[in-house]
Design a protein around this ligand. Structure first.
Ligand code: 3EB
Length: 357
C-alpha cells in the first residue's frame, strides 16, 4: 500500500474512526495509536494487541462487530507500567489493563487500578486524562454492605485525589458499565494538554451527586473537548442516561428513558458548541448500552425516529449488552465525533467562544 492508501484506511490522526473488527485487524500497527473492539468474538478474527476488547455482547450486529481506532499522529512507542499496557504517539497515550478481583473488595481494587493508571501518566508525561472506559462485573450487586458500583466510585475518587488529578470540576469524560465477565477493565486516553470539560445544565455534575448515590461521587464530566487545531476538535461524550438533576426519571418506561437521554445528549452538545466547534449529535458515532437484549430492537427503532434512519448516528451505532450503573436505568448512550469551526465563530484556544445567532 502507498502512504496515501494507508492514510485513507487508517483515518486521520486526532480522531476516532469506526471500522469493522476485520478491517481494524488489518491496519498497520505502526500507524495506529490504539482502539477499542466492541463485542464478544463470534468468529475467528484474532485481535491485534493494540486493540483493547470491550467484552460486552454486540446486539443487532448484522455482520461483524465494530472497533474505534485512533490513528497515530507520529512514531508510536509502546510499553508497560506494572500491568498497564500503553502506546503513545507524541500527542496522546492509549492505555488498557485488566485487574483480577482479589477478595479485598472493589474499593481497594479501583484505588489500586487508578493509582497504577496515574503512575503510567507520570512515567510517560501524558498527564491529562481525556476519556476513560470502565467495565466491571455485577455492577449493581451488593459488595458487602455497599453496591459494587459505589465501592468502585469510592476507590476511584480517592485515587484521583491522591494523585492530585481533577476529581471534581474538570474530571475526564467516562463511562462505567457492568459486563458479563470477570475482572475490572480500564481503557483510557490521555494527552499533554488539558481538555475542556463540559457539564450538562439539565443535570447535577456527577462529581456533586448527593450521598444517596453512595458515600463518594462518581468521577467524570459529561463530555471532554480535545482541540486538534485552532478551529477543530474531538468531542468525547460520557455515558448519558435518563437522569435529570441527580434523579433517575421514567423508571420502567423504555421509550421515555430514551427520549430523556436524547434531551441530555442534545444539552451536552449545545454546551460543547460553545467551544466554537460545530458538534452535531446526528453526525456522531454512538455506543448504545442496553440492559435487556430483548429491548435492543425497540431502542434502535426509537433512536431512528428521533435521529433519522439515514443519520450517521444510526448507520454507525454499536449496541452492546451491559448493565447500567443504576439498577433503574435501562439504556445508556456514549458518543464521539470530530468537527471543525462553526460558521461566523472565531474559536479561541480551548476557551469558550460565544455562539452567534
Ligand atoms: C450517570 O449519568 C450515568 O461512573 O464513570 C455515566 C458515565 C455513568 C460515567 C462513571 C457513570 C459513569 O450517572 C452513569
Amino acid at each position: 500500500m502507498s502512504v496515501v492508501q494507508v492514510q485513507d484506511a487508517v483515518g486521520t490522526p486526532g480522531r476516532f474512526a469506526r471500522h469493522t473488527w476485520a478491517d481494524a485487524a488489518r491496519l498497520p500497527a505502526d500507524r495506529v495509536l490504539g482502539g477499542l473492539a466492541y463485542g464478544v468474538a463470534d468468529d475467528d478474527v484474532s485481535l491485534p494487541d493494540w486493540l483493547a476488547p470491550v467484552p460486552a455482547a454486540a446486539l443487532l450486529s448484522d455482520d461483524r462487530a465494530h472497533a474505534d481506532v485512533w490513528p497515530a499522529a507520529g512514531r508510536v512507542r509502546e510499553g508497560r507500567t506494572g500491568s498497564i499496557r500503553w502506546r503513545h504517539d507524541g500527542q496522546h497515550l492509549f492505555g488498557a489493563v485488566e485487574f483480577e478481583e482479589d477478595g479485598r473488595g472493589l474499593e481497594v481494587l479501583a484505588h489500586r487500578a487508578y493509582r497504577d493508571l496515574f503512575s503510567t501518566l507520570a512515567d510517560t508525561g501524558y498527564a491529562h486524562l481525556m476519556r476513560l472506559w470502565n467495565y466491571l462485573p455485577r455492577i449493581n450487586e451488593d459488595g458487602g454492605g455497599l453496591e459494587r458500583y459505589r465501592q468502585f466510585n469510592a476507590g476511584r475518587q480517592q485515587a484521583f485525589i491522591d494523585a492530585g488529578q481533577a476529581a471534581f470540576e474538570g474530571a475526564p469524560a467516562a463511562c462505567a458499565l457492568g459486563f458479563h465477565g470477570e475482572g475490572l477493565l480500564l481503557r483510557f486516553m490521555a494527552g499533554r494538554t488539558v481538555p475542556v470539560a463540559i457539564e450538562n445544565p439539565r443535570q447535577v455534575p456527577a462529581w456533586r451527586y448527593p450521598a444517596d448515590y453512595g458515600p463518594r461521587a462518581p468521577t467524570f464530566s459529561r463530555a471532554a473537548v480535545v482541540r486538534t487545531a485552532s478551529d477543530a476538535a474531538h468531542l468525547f461524550v460520557s455515558g448519558t442516561a435518563s437522569i435529570v438533576g441527580h434523579a433517575t426519571v421514567h423508571e420502567g418506561d423504555l421509550d421515555a428513558q430514551i427520549d430523556e437521554t436524547l434531551r441530555n445528549l442534545e444539552a451536552v452538545f449545545a454546551e460543547s458548541r460553545r467551544s466554537g466547534v460545530a458538534f452535531s449529535l446526528a453526525d456522531s458515532e454512538p455506543v448504545v448500552y442496553v440492559r435487556h437484549p430483548a429491548q435492543a430492537a425497540a431502542v434502535r427503532h426509537r433512536l431512528a425516529q428521533a435521529l433519522g434512519p439515514q443519520s450517521r448516528f444510526m448507520r454507525q451505532a454499536v449496541y452492546l449488552h451491559a448493565d447500567i450503573c443504576r439498577s433503574d436505568l435501562l439504556v445508556e448512550i456514549e458518543t464521539h465525533l470530530h468537527a471543525s469551526g462553526l460558521p461566523g465563530v472565531t474559536a479561541t484556544d480551548g476557551s469558550v467562544a460565544e455562539e452567534r445567532a
